[in-house]
Design a protein around this ligand. Structure first.
Ligand SMILES: Cc1cc2nc3c(=O)[nH]c(=O)nc-3n(C[C@H](O)[C@H](O)[C@H](O)COP(=O)(O)OP(=O)(O)OC[C@H]3O[C@@H](n4cnc5c(N)ncnc54)[C@H](O)[C@@H]3O)c2cc1C
Length: 348
């Protein structure tokens, strides 16, 4: 008789959402395992790693100095039609994670060493079993955290996804802004970014609606060649998809909970998905630990989905008429108090 390893819960995927779910299960003392096909936690790098400190604190994401590559105090939103909004704060309002260190920290230090099996590709998910390239596993419940491109999730159509591409370039720290977002018709639906990384490198990237006639690298190069300060030798590059659809209505199905990019837990305004991935993963892990996935669905309905939906609706407005829409919003901001401006633009 072949023996199949049995767990209370199996987490499929060891990105932010799967690691957050694993941490919740470990804290609750459950018998769980996290399976992932990749070779190393934190690689390939999936994210710029910028997050809002207000949300990081609210949902208890890690802030250890060893995983933070820079802090954000000065932000500029700008369009190539000539308008901009500048926000400066006395204290950091955001941080940029060193993504590899951040995910390794989640896997080892955040809740202690998590039970993870790498190089294990999931082939099929059944009622109580999961088949992988390394054999079958069984569990009472599953948390599915397989990211945006998984065939186990809904296919992302062209209107509901952004292509994202980033280069870490050798370039000195700016002395004006830690984070710049440029809204431009060269990046419809998204924006170009320039984020502080460490003292002599910056993260420069672009996200936009998919366009098969353009290569992401060419889109980024065409834009950055207008700004000599953005030029510099490329050290590392990454590309992936970012879901842009409405947050899912249903995030549980019998003994399965879906989390992170799989259920569009992304703030569409800035295409930031780490907070939604971490929050949904944690709540799904907590619910699985209590053998009651309906608690996750309830948390999603009451708190997580409304937060995502607000950003989803703002995004549609922001990009209705390309860069002109956000340009107009910036024009109105001239008549706003500093506090209101911070609330509206800082809340993106
Ligand atoms: C270029 C870029 C920049 C970004 N910048 C930011 C940012 O600054 N701030 C922010 O908040 N968000 C950012 N995001 C979004 C953020 O990175 C994602 O929303 C987040 O990583 C999603 O986490 P996840 O756990 O849902 O999925 P993932 O991190 O994609 O994890 C899914 C995991 O599942 C594994 N997997 C997939 N299929 C299988 C299989 N069949 N078997 C086993 N394992 C499998 C993968 O190996 C992976 O480890 C960015 C995204 C991109 C592409």
């Amino acid at each position: 008789m072949s023996s199949v390893e049995h767990y209370d819960t199996i987490v499929l995927g060891a990105g932010t959402s799967g690691l957050a779910a694993g941490a919740a299960l470990k804290k609750a003392g459950k018998n769980y395992i996290i399976l992932d096909s990749k070779k190393e936690i934190g690689r390939p790098v999936r994210s710029t790693g910028a997050v809002s400190l207000e949300w990081v604190k609210r949902i208890n994401m890690p802030t250890a100095s060893e995983i933070v590559s820079s802090e954000i105090r000065r932000i500029k939103f700008t369009t190539d039609l000539g308008r901009s909004v500048k926000l400066k704060y006395p204290n950091p309002v955001g941080i940029v994670y060193n993504f590899e260190k951040y995910e390794k920290y989640l896997a080892t230090k955040f809740a202690g060493n998590l039970n993870i099996q790498l190089e294990t590709k999931v082939l099929d998910i059944g009622k109580n079993t999961v088949s992988t390239e390394k054999g079958d596993f069984s569990a009472d419940s599953f948390i599915v955290a397989l990211g945006p491109q998984s065939r186990f999730g809904k296919k992302l159509d062209k209107q509901n996804v952004l292509v994202a591409y980033e280069e870490i370039r050798k370039a000195p720290k700016r002395d004006d802004f830690d984070m710049i977002l440029w809204f431009s018709d060269m990046a419809p639906g998204g924006y170009f970014w320039d984020f502080a990384n460490d003292d002599d490198t910056r993260k420069i990237g672009v996200c936009y609606y998919p366009d098969s006639s353009k290569k992401p690298k060419d889109v980024l190069d065409a834009f950055t060649k207008k700004f000599p300060e953005l030029e510099g030798p490329m050290i590392e590059t990454m590309a992936h998809q970012i879901p842009l659809a409405r947050p899912a209505d249903v995030v549980t199905e019998e003994n399965r909970a879906y989390v992170g990019d799989m259920v569009n837990a992304v703030l569409n305004t800035t295409a930031g998905g780490l907070q939604g991935a971490f929050w949904s993963g944690t709540e799904a892990g907590n619910a699985a630990a209590m053998n009651d996935l309906s608690r996750y669905q309830a948390k999603w309905d009451q708190e997580i989905k409304p937060w995502l939906l607000r950003h989803h609706n703002i995004h549609r407005f922001m990009h209705k008429n390309g860069a002109r829409s956000i340009n107009r919003l910036m024009l109105y901001s001239k008549f706003m108090s500093g506090k209101k401006k911070q609330k509206i633009f800082g809340g993106l």
